[in-house]
Structures are given as structure tokens and as C-alpha cells.
Design a binder for this molecule. Structure first.
Ligand code: ZN
Length: 339
């Protein structure tokens, strides 16, 4: 009961990449960088195991950014001529690659991290990929001319990699779709369908993570503008409840999401965010158990999985590690209280 996991990313060590950045520059190149990525992946798994988490992942140590890590292996994208684009409804500017030709995978994307992780942990292994709708919102399309067509083209490629990850021994494949909280009507209209295309044929568990973003300033400012009640999930959850996706990861602690919206996910596993990634204060086990208690009003015990609100990539390492330990301790306390 209350098996713990993180949303996905962990801070990168200072010897691997610039710290406290969402788009960090690598510290090495070539074979040296490949070795550093492998070392950091092992370290991320060990860190999660030592903290006492039940489900572990690669900490996204081998990708520069959660979307571009995948895109770097896609043919049909022009990375040489990136353009500045306002993403997530102009919330912030990013330099994004352009889609200039039919999309195809150049080969495997995450084989190294997935196989290495599988070899070195006996715990349940979760692996994250960006969702098709969020990818579409992070590239400049000069070829397909239609968002839905482009999303399904990416979904096909994601599906290829997801099936291969499953063969690598991954237990849970999670697609990250922060864009679902920004384009709610489109998410319900075609975003969930594109997600299901990405997950087609998978026999392992499938999950989607929908959040209000990393703890960067642009996101903090955006959250300020959302008012007292954040009801974005209300439009998307019914479509997800009707989908074939098994698990939904959502933001809860310190958010203004009305907890009763979790009831819209009846029949799904719910990864409840009990750790705030936008604050450096480390949650107490009591606060975490309290959050789990509030969620239990709307999610049955056997479907509740305590998680972080979002990834921890831009965080200080020691803070993130403290939060991982708190997550495990808080879940243990909740087992005593509500078990
Ligand atoms: Zn997130």
C-alpha cells in the first residue's frame, strides 16, 4: 500500500551538467559524456533506493531536457536552425527545433539508460517519455501543417520506443503531458487519443503525468494568475478515466487543485503529488501523511501512490535527496495511520 515514486527527473550532478537549470549544458562530450551519463544514471537509482522509494527510475540523467532528450533521436527535425517560440500558451520562450520533413526515429532513444537501470535494480522500474501533445507544443511545425496530424506522427514514434522499453524490462511507462493543463479542450478532444496511440499494444503499466510545471519563475508567475481554485484537471480527467491508460500522476500538495477532482479518476491508479517541487522546504512525514489522508477521501487506498508534484531537475541536489527521504517516511507513517 502507498508505494512511492518520483514524477521523473532528478537534479544532475555538477560533474555531468550545469546545475539548477532546466536546459543545462553538458560538462563533457563524446565518449566521456556517455560514461558520465551512465554513472549518473546508476547514482540516481541508488539515491532513490537508499531513500526508500518503492518505484525507481533513471532520474532522466541522460537527457538534457524532458522533451528534447527524445527529439534528438528523431529524423525530420532541424536542430541547426532552432527558432524562438512562446510555449505553453506563451508562458515562456524556448529555442525549439523545426519540423521540416516526415518524422522517423533514428534508432533507439533510451536503450542505454533503460537497460542499465534494469540490470541494477530489482525494484519496479518506471520510465518517462514526453507525451505527444506536449511535444507538439515544444517544436515549430513547418511541414505537417496540422497539430493533430503532427501529434499522431510523434505518437507513432513514441510507441516504437515505448514497446522497446517494455522489452528492456521496464514495468511502467509514463508519458509527461503538462500541456494537458494548458489546452484542456484540445486535450480532451484529441490529446488523450494521441496518448493512447503512443501507448498502443503495451502490456506493462501505462501512466500519464499532468502537472503545473517545474518550480521555475515563469511557472510560479503563471500559477499566481490561475486564481484560488485550479480546475484544469476537471476537463481532462473524464477523458482519461475513459481511456486505456492505467495511472495518472497529478499535483496536489501546495496546489490550489480541489482534491475532489481526483474522484473523476475512478478506476485509475492515482499518483498523488505530496511533495512540492517549487519550494526548498523539505516536507515533514506528518505533512505528507496528512496530504495522503486528504486524498483518501477521493481515492481508494489500493489505488493511491504518493509521488512528487513534478520533476526535480532544476533543484539543488541535497534538497531533492531530503525530499525523497521525506516521501518514503511520510508514506510509512501513512501506512501506520490508515493501514
Ligand atoms: Zn511535471
Amino acid at each position: 500500500m502507498f508505494e512511492t515514486a518520483i514524477a521523473g527527473s532528478l537534479p544532475k550532478p555538477a560533474w555531468l551538467a550545469e546545475t539548477e537549470k532546466l536546459w543545462p549544458q553538458w560538462k563533457a562530450s563524446g565518449a566521456e559524456l556517455d560514461a558520465a551519463k551512465r554513472d549518473a544514471t546508476l547514482l540516481a537509482i541508488k539515491t532513490q533506493e537508499d531513500a526508500g522509494l518503492d518505484v525507481v527510475g533513471d532520474g532522466e540523467q541522460a537527457r538534457q531536457h524532458f522533451v528534447h532528450g527524445f527529439l534528438e533521436r528523431v529524423e525530420g527535425l532541424d536542430f541547426e536552425h532552432k527558432v524562438k517560440m512562446g510555449i505553453r500558451k506563451e508562458r515562456y520562450d524556448a529555442m525549439v527545433p523545426q519540423v521540416v520533413a516526415p518524422l522517423r526515429l533514428k534508432g533507439r532513444v533510451h536503450a542505454m539508460e533503460a537497460q542499465l537501470a534494469r540490470k541494477h535494480t530489482k525494484k519496479t522500474l518506471k520510465f518517462t517519455l514526453p507525451g505527444p501533445m506536449t511535444i507538439v507544443d515544444t517544436v515549430a511545425d513547418r511541414f505537417y501543417g496540422d497539430k493533430v496530424k503532427l501529434a499522431f506522427a510523434f505518437a507513432e514514434l513514441l510507441n516504437q520506443e515505448a514497446l522497446a522499453l517494455q522489452s528492456d524490462g521496464v514495468d511502467i511507462i509514463q508519458f509527461d503531458e503538462p500541456a494537458f493543463n494548458v489546452y484542456m479542450a484540445e486535450a480532451a478532444d484529441w490529446g488523450v487519443a494521441a496518448l493512447e496511440r503512443a501507448a498502443q499494444g503495451l502490456r506493462c503499466k501505462t501512466a500519464v503525468h499532468i502537472c503545473y510545471g517545474y518550480g521555475i519563475q515563469a511557472n510560479l508567475d503563471w500559477k499566481q494568475s490561475l486564481g484560488d481554485e485550479w480546475r484544469q484537471y476537471e476537463q481532462v480527467f473524464p477523458a482519461l478515466a475513459a481511456s486505456r491508460i492505467d495511472q495518472v500522476s497529478l499535483e496536489c500538495y501546495h496546489s490550489h487543485v480541489p482534491p475532489q477532482l481526483m474522484a473523476l479518476l475512478a478506476g485509475k491508479d492515482v499518483m498523488v503529488g505530496v511533495i512540492d517541487v517549487a519550494s526548498d522546504d523539505i516536507e515533514t512525514p506528518e505533512a505528507i501523511a496528512d496530504t495522503i489522508g486528504r486524498a483518501l477521501q477521493f481515492v481508494p487506498k489500493h489505488r493511491l501512490f504518493p509521488c512528487t508534484n513534478c520533476g526535480m531537475a532544476p533543484m539543488r541536489r541535497e534538497i531533492a535527496e531530503g525530499k525523497l527521504r521525506a516521501l518514503a517516511e511520510g508514506a510509512a507513517l501513512a501506512r501506520q495511520r490508515y493501514g
